[in-house]
Design a protein around this ligand. Structure first.
Ligand code: NAP
Length: 297
């Protein structure tokens, strides 16, 4: 890759100071705090050139009450195009879910996650400390215009695709582009209207997997927990398209979101791969050809 990718222009020792200009809830209020997902726009004065697919580091002020040490840096995928939502290259956006966790040591349940709650509670005007940009493996290919791309996300793992799809369709992407997006409920589909709007592009296909409303009709071929409709089952439903696209030697597959999705998707792909590759592992082949990009946590 010859393009100029900026990396770690700002670090813990040389922070970029930004100011929040927008913090809007992306999910319906009635879903409560458990499904509170925020789109946060941060403006800055210094140069911060980033590409879609990169991440930004966020450093909270103060110390972590659990360790007594300064907070650790948290990375978030960038959810805006490289021009930023404000269009002038001086802002970056992130997509954050308000996180709660159970502490097995104390038995305490629903403990608010420090960083995600800090971010979700930010207000316009608040200052924020940042580092980055980070990452060069989850980028779009330079020649994406003619390439076929399959994007798969669970939950806030959708973040990088928002900027990617916007840039791709602005610049006239001509390859087949698929987006598979898994969430718990229909009314927590993030950026849904934006993705729906790309249906005007004939080469774009958008499929949603709604785990707590729809059942998985392929429980034998693609088993899922509680027989839920997960992205891997939705992908299997579109297996004809996937096989056609993955047969092309330069097509790429992007996975972003929950760690748990990775093995389910790879198992499903191994099954499909038997129709593409007579022997050997299809997933290993895709990996060896660097055609799978994974960002899961
Ligand atoms: P979530 O709401 O907990 O889950 C999203 C969907 O994935 C739900 O429908 C869930 O179903 C389903 N799911 C659960 N286990 C699955 C599995 N094994 N295979 C396939 N689907 C599965 O997601 P979230 O809370 O937004 O978390 C998203 C993840 O993305 C986090 O781990 C985050 O660190 C990561 N991530 C975030 C960013 C970012 O910039 N914010 C970037 C990259 C990655 P059920 O809940 O009904 O089981």
């Amino acid at each position: 890759m010859n393009r100029n990718v900026s990396l770690n222009l700002y670090t813990i020792n040389k922070l970029l100071i930004g100011q929040v200009t927008q913090n809007r809830r992306l999910t319906t209020e009635s879903r409560g705090l458990r499904n509170d997902v925020r789109h946060i726009v941060i403006r800055y004065q210094e140069p911060f050139p980033y590409l879609v697919g990169q991440s930004v580091g966020i450093l909270m002020d103060g110390t972590d009450p659990l360790t007594g040490k300064p907070h650790k840096l948290r990375l978030y995928s960038i959810a805006s195009t490289s021009k930023g939502d404000e269009g002038d290259g001086q802002s970056v956006s992130v997509c954050v879910v308000r996180h709660f966790w159970d502490n097995p040591k104390t038995g305490e349940t629903s403990v608010p996650g420090l960083a995600s709650n800090y971010l979700c509670d930010l207000r316009p005007g608040d200052k924020i400390r940042m580092t980055g940009p980070v990452g060069r493996h989850f980028l779009l290919p330079e020649d994406f215009k003619k390439q076929d791309l399959i994007f798969v996300a669970t939950g806030t793992g959708i973040a990088p695709y928002r900027g990617m799809l916007s840039e791709m369709f602005d610049q006239g992407a001509e390859g087949e582009v698929f987006l598979f997006f898994g969430v718990q409920y229909r009314d927590v589909l993030l950026y849904h209207d934006e993705f729906e709007s790309y249906r005007r592009c004939k080469n774009f296909s958008y499929f949603t997997a709604i785990s707590r409303e729809d059942k998985n009709p392929f429980s034998n071929e693609v088993p899922t927990r509680g027989n839920k409709m997960y992205v891997q089952a939705k992908m299997y439903e579109r297996r004809g398209d996937l096989i056609r696209v993955l047969k092309k030697p330069d097509s790429l597959l992007y996975l972003c979101g929950l760690k748990g999705m990775e093995s389910g998707i790879f198992q499903m792909l191994e099954g499909l791969g038997r129709e593409i590759l007579p022997s050997g592992s299809f997933v290993e082949k895709l990996k060896a050809e660097q055609r799978v990009k994974v960002e899961v946590y």
